[in-house]
Design a binder for this molecule. Structure first.
Ligand code: FAD
Ligand code: NAD
Length: 489
């Protein structure tokens, strides 16, 4: 069930007497963004009310990052058992219990849940109200039997799966990220519509756990990423047995539970036992009555300036609801930014040139700043691109993880973007996040000493590539060295 469909019903059903509350900061939505603001603001002395209509922790904890990474981890275990031959370990076909893998997923959620819990936030002095809410005027929000006015309001209501109105979709059972992690019967053949991060992370987890998987992608899979880097991931996914059909726009759905047919625009038909819809997100803004508060929004989310203020200057929007980058760490960054302005009245704006992200397939795909194509468009011939392949990294060779490469986009000695496709790319990109956040020069990475043998050496080697033509292919350097060698005692 989509939690937000219950909003109106819950508001109408309330028969309790009305309580009026005044507070410094009112936060709507207790997900990654809202919780960051609540923790920071309350611990720094502000009076905070936090509204949550569904589960504390929002999407990331309950239906997103956490369960998806836990299921990926289960798939990784199964894959390792059947792929040990090159290390001298006899491969075995693991016996997978899909339901037990889901138990693992829920144990992981339960372990992390106390950090996001109502009790923890109440312990910090936050008043937590478990109600859906909407604006009734420019300063007031109604949440069940409460009417709350605040000096500042934060919209952190997140997003939900976008489910397109494909004819026939309403006649078959289908999963989204809100239901998939509760499914306990193993899909024999999972069809996934959408070849973005959700689709491909779940495709690999499922194929490794023993399901047959077909991904139907209307355009190009991982289409937001650098195509050269995306290819590294797609080649591996295909090699593991996932069928990835690109240019296949789902147009009609037929069949019934266990035998679902997807008809695509070019006349092809794909059949499977289960269907996962992973075609993007829709911001949770349509049920907030934003018009009553003078807050503009569109299908991408609430309109904000770079200070994350909405068209109502007392109201901010952060995280997925703000329709910018949709990641947990970005929701947290948004939260930290607005705390400066809400609590201290200091000017605070977000930057968007240093946002990292990673897709947790195996191999992983990570990006920070501009891709090569974006950098080429912005800087044309001022751009220099350096690369280094995983297959020249000794640790990667030792571990049999030689697929992939790093690319760094550099303008006048300063990196403007980095892309990594390969093992642990999400960890390795952090060096470049530091570089971009602090506008460091490439020399800062070249000067760093990396312990040997680590995968992270690829970062230093890529930086070193910047100096290769300058030092090793430079006739002036060669002349100077020859001269100095002659005169040195
Ligand atoms: C399958 C999947 C995997 C993902 N993996 C990653 C990943 O690996 N890394 C990453 O960085 N990001 C990942 N994301 C994205 C990440 O989950 C989101 O970017 C993040 O959760 C956004 O945080 P938020 O605070 O904006 O919204 P949410 O976390 O969604 O929180 C919004 C909260 O607001 C509540 N709410 C909504 N409307 C109301 C209302 N009217 N009144 C009261 N409460 C309301 C909701 O119930 C919800 O709890 C993933 C997403 C999905 C779907
Ligand atoms: N590792 C991570 O950080 C992570 C993981 C999962 C999700 N997320 C977040 O969630 C967001 C949403 O992920 P997503 O994968 O759902 O969305 P997405 O928008 O990234 O990808 C959806 C894909 O579906 C395709 N598509 C749309 N309609 C289609 C149709 N009718 N038939 C076939 N294909 C169709 C699109 O071309 C697109 O490639 C991500 O952009 C990201 O912000 C992050």
């Amino acid at each position: 069930m989509n939690a937000l469909n219950t909003t109106d019903a819950m508001l109408k059903e309330s028969t309790e007497p009305m309580e009026k509350i005044k507070t410094d900061i009112l936060i709507i939505g207790a997900g990654s963004g809202g919780l960051s603001v609540a923790a920071g603001a309350s611990q720094m002395g502000a009076d905070v009310v936090l509204l949550e209509g569904h589960k504390m922790g929002g999407d990331c904890l309950n239906f997103g990052c956490v369960p998806s990474k836990a299921l990926i981890a289960a798939g990784k275990q199964a894959h390792a058992m059947s792929h040990g031959a090159k290390f001298g370990v006899t491969p075995v076909m693991p016996e997978v219990s899909y339901a037990a893998a889901k138990d693992h997923v829920h144990k992981v959620i339960d372990t992390i849940a106390p950090v996001d819990s109502q009790e923890r936030f109440e312990g910090m002095g936050v008043r937590v109200i478990r109600e859906f809410s909407k604006f009734i005027d420019a300063k007031t929000v109604q949440a069940g039997p409460y009417q709350i006015t605040a000096r500042r309001v934060v919209i952190s209501t997140g997003s939900r799966p976008f489910v397109p109105p494909i004819p026939g979709l309403d006649t078959v059972p289908y999963e989204t990220n809100e239901t998939l992690f509760d499914l306990r019967e193993q899909p024999e053949h999972l069809i996934i519509i959408g070849g973005g991060p959700i689709g491909l992370e779940m495709a690999q987890a499922h194929v490794r756990l023993g399901s047959k998987v077909t991904v139907l992608e209307g355009a190009k899979a991982l289409g937001r990423d650098d195509p050269e880097m995306a290819e590294v991931v797609l080649n591996r996914l295909r090699a593991e047995g996932i069928e990835i059909a690109e240019g296949q726009i789902a147009e009609k759905i037929a069949g019934s539970a266990g035998a679902i047919e997807i008809h695509t625009k070019d006349g092809s038909v794909f059949a499977g036992s289960h269907l996962l819809m992973a075609v993007g997100r829709q911001p949770n803004v349509d049920k907030l009555d934003l018009e009553k508060a003078g807050i503009e929004y569109d299908r991408r989310g609430v309109k904000t300036d770079m200070a994350l203020k909405t068209t109502n200057s007392k109201v901010y929007a952060i995280g997925d609801a703000a329709g910018r980058h949709q990641f947990t760490h970005v929701a947290g960054y948004h939260g930290a930014t607005i705390i400066r302005s809400m609590l201290f009245g200091l000017p605070a704006k977000i930057r968007e040139d240093h946002i990292p992200y990673a897709t947790y397939t195996d191999p992983e795909l990570a990006q920070v700043g501009l891709t090569e194509a974006q950098a080429r468009e912005a800087y044309s011939d001022k751009l220099e691109v350096v690369r280094f392949p995983y297959h020249e990294n000794d640790r990667a060779i030792a571990e049999g993880k030689t697929e992939g490469l790093i690319k760094v986009m550099i303008v006048k000695g300063r990196p403007v973007g980095a892309s990594i496709a390969g093992a642990h790319a999400g960890e390795l990109i952090q060096t470049w996040s530091l570089v971009l956040a602090n506008k460091l020069k490439i020399g800062a990475v070249a000067a760093m000493i990396a312990p040997y043998p680590t995968l992270a050496e690829i970062n230093k080697r890529a930086a070193g590539q910047y100096y290769v033509p300058r030092l090793f292919d430079n006739p002036t350097v060669k002349r100077v060295v020859r001269f100095v060698q002659k005169v040195l005692p």
